[in-house]
Design a protein around this ligand. Structure first.
Ligand code: VGL
Ligand code: ZN
Length: 230
């Protein structure tokens, strides 16, 4: 697939690094093996993301990362509700909410970036989900769909046109971030070998990928993207 992102040189089309942000979604201990909300093979994304982030930074590009950052007793935790267990789905203010195990609690080891992730190339870190009664899957808007996280303002201020996304989890924070990115008018690309999903409820990864494809979000692998860096 040709990514028409991009700038042209010698009849070859390259990514214009000055107009592209690499966004690393929730590469945190709790979403990796051994964590409270572990995604299967969650740490499998780290090597390709480190390679891409280093190449982006070396080429003068921007790298942003998000952190799920919940207070104790966050409303998305099953433990905050009576008679609920992780996996139960509740409706509040006409929004459906999956209840999770306690995860990514502010300041605890589960909310730290995975130690394998190279933080050096990261220019911007956005923390989300820090309001007790509001969840935030997307890197751009909280789950009320109107409260901004501030990331869009930062990106728009830079004149960025393309957002390339990897991280966890395909069917939650990656999906919501990518859909918002596309809706905000950015070219949006998922690094297909650098995302992993919770797949709860069963089938939700497949559903998420279909939804992103239907929205014209593109998929590319990290090796291809590395090649296309200016
Ligand atoms: C996430 C569930 C709950 C994610 C965050 O990062 O995809 N999923 N909180
Ligand atoms: Zn969360």
């Amino acid at each position: 697939m040709q990514l028409d992102l991009i700038c042209q040189r010698d009849n070859t089309v390259y990514m214009d690094i000055t107009k592209t942000v690499l966004l690393l979604v929730d590469v945190q201990n709790d979403f990796c093996p051994g964590g409270a909300l572990a995604v299967q093979d969650g740490d499998g994304i780290i090597a390709p993301l480190n390679r891409l982030a280093a190449a982006f930074a070396a080429a003068g590009g921007r790298v942003a990362a998000t952190q799920d950052w919940h207070p104790q007793g966050h409303f998305s935790f099953a433990s905050s509700h009576t008679d609920k267990k992780p996996g139960d789905i509740i409706t509040l203010a006409s929004r459906e909410q999956v209840l999770w195990p306690d995860h990514c609690v502010q300041g605890e080891s589960g909310s730290a970036f995975h130690s394998g992730l190279d933080l050096t190339p990261i220019n911007m870190i956005i923390r989300k989900g820090f309001r007790k009664d509001l969840d935030s899957y997307s890197a751009f808007f909280e789950n009320d769909r109107i409260t901004p996280t501030g990331l869009a303002g930062w990106i728009q201020g830079l004149g960025i046109e393309t957002i390339i996304i990897g991280g966890l989890a395909t069917d939650y924070c990656v999906l919501y971030s990518a859909m918002d990115s596309q809706r905000l008018g950015f070219n949006t690309v998922i690094i297909e070998d650098a995302v992993r999903g919770v797949n709860y409820p069963a089938g939700s990864v497949e559903k998420a990928i279909a939804e992103m494809r239907a929205a014209n979000i593109r998929f590319a692998d990290s090796a291809q993207l590395l090649q296309e860096l200016c």
